[in-house]
Ligand binder design. Structure first.
Ligand code: CUA
Length: 382
């Protein structure tokens, strides 16, 4: 009897919690209302079965409970009942799976006028790429991937020259226009996920995965990584801004193209290195945000996953092997280039390598130096 009451209570509380729960899905901001429909179908089917099975057990417990003078009859097999169960289960499982298959078939087949957007994942950064005025995304290959070419753009492909490359985790998209997403990863599994779009896709190293959606509501939405991809997974966040076509076009025009980047790189190489160090440190600050450094390193002295940058420059650091090292420009450069070569005492060897050009590395070091407590004694540039 106690078991029967407990089961009835579980059913009542579970259904009551579902109805009264404050946790509802976030308002939808894309065309994929069918994702919600398939979810509703699943909840209805599994919910009805959950209630029916539990109440059946309750009924059986009450009806067939032990009475003196009664004996249970032995009936090992009931062919008719089994065919019924097989039939009902088959229909139920098909009803759970089939709607999802139809939705998925459309999900990976974009309409012909879709705007292509590439998203590139890397521990723990987002990058994005759009075609330029030429309207085509240039080819890429892992062989071309370097610190200066994190997208792996093929330098020989004329289609890639006018491609807009975006290294910051802020993406803009035009409203009411279908977007075809082409997803790549540079290292491990990541997953591009924007909950209000009801759209997500795994990003698999070595292949391009795809889906499409149409943003239908202007606003700012969080981009989350939905695959556990290492210690910085929770910090692998970005923002997508959905705005009208004109605002999107203005934003896109402000981004640098692959060709502009190559020119800037060539200029930086030919010009003598080093500008006003304040501007350099400012660039380093932006970089520290964009690359996610600030997720592990504070600049106000508060403890984090990695050493704080406050007062780091100029101090003497004790390493895990007991040796000591003076934190100067050479130390920081070497450490950022190869974080696992030496380990600082008291910290786990979990810092990933970042793809920084020489110029970016200088900027980052200048920024860390600017957080130094000791007076900046060495400002000489190599
Ligand atoms: Cu990338 Cu989790």
């Amino acid at each position: 009897m106690a078991l029967a009451i407990a089961l009835v209570l579980i059913v009542v509380l579970a259904v009551g919690f579902h109805v009264a729960s404050p946790w509802w899905i976030t308002p939808i901001a894309s065309n994929w209302g069918r994702m919600d429909d398939t979810l509703t179908i699943t909840i209805v089917i599994t919910g009805v079965l959950f209630v029916a099975i539990n109440l059946f057990v309750v009924a059986a417990l009450l009806r067939y409970r032990h009475k003196d003078g009664h004996r249970a009859s032995y009936e090992p097999h009931n062919r008719r009942l089994e065919w019924w169960l097989i039939g009902v289960t088959t229909v139920g499982v098909a009803a759970l799976l089939a709607p999802g298959l139809f939705v998925y078939a459309d999900y990976v087949r974009p309409p012909p006028n879709a705007l292509q957007m590439e998203v590139l994942g890397q521990q723990w950064q987002w990058r994005f790429r759009f075609a330029g005025p030429g309207g085509k995304l240039g080819t890429t290959d892992v062989r071309y991937m370097t610190n200066d070419n994190p997208f792996g753009m093929n330098p020989a492909d004329p289609n890639g020259r006018d491609n807009y490359l975006i290294d910051t985790p802020e993406l803009h998209l035009p409203i009411n226009r279908p977007i075809q997403v082409l997803a790549r990863s540079r290292d491990v599994l990541h997953d591009f996920y924007v909950p209000p779009f009801r759209a997500r896709m795994n990003m698999v190293p070595g292949m391009v995965t795809t889906f499409w959606f149409t943003p239908t509501k202007a606003g700012r939405y969080d981009i989350l990584c939905a695959q556990l991809c290492g210690i910085g997974h929770a910090n692998m966040r970005g923002v997508v801004v959905v705005e009208d076509e004109a605002a999107f076009a203005r934003w896109l025009a402000q981004q640098t193209t692959f060709e502009q980047r190559q020119k800037a790189k060539a200029q930086a190489a030919s010009a003598s290195a080093g500008g006003p160090s304040q501007a350099l440190a400012e660039q380093g600050r932006t970089l520290a945000q964009a690359k996610g450094c600030v997720a592990c390193h504070s600049v106000d002295g508060s403890p984090g996953v990695g050493p704080t940058w406050k007062g780091l420059y100029g101090k003497t650091e004790t390493m895990a092997d007991g040796s000591t090292a003076h934190v100067d420009e050479a130390y920081l450069r070497a450490f950022i280039r190869d974080p696992k070569a030496r380990v600082v005492k008291g910290f786990a060897p979990i810092m990933p390598s970042f793809d920084l050009s020489e110029q970016e590395l200088s900027a980052l070091v200048a920024y860390i130096q600017a957080q130094g407590g000791a007076p900046a004694a060495t400002t000489a540039k190599p």
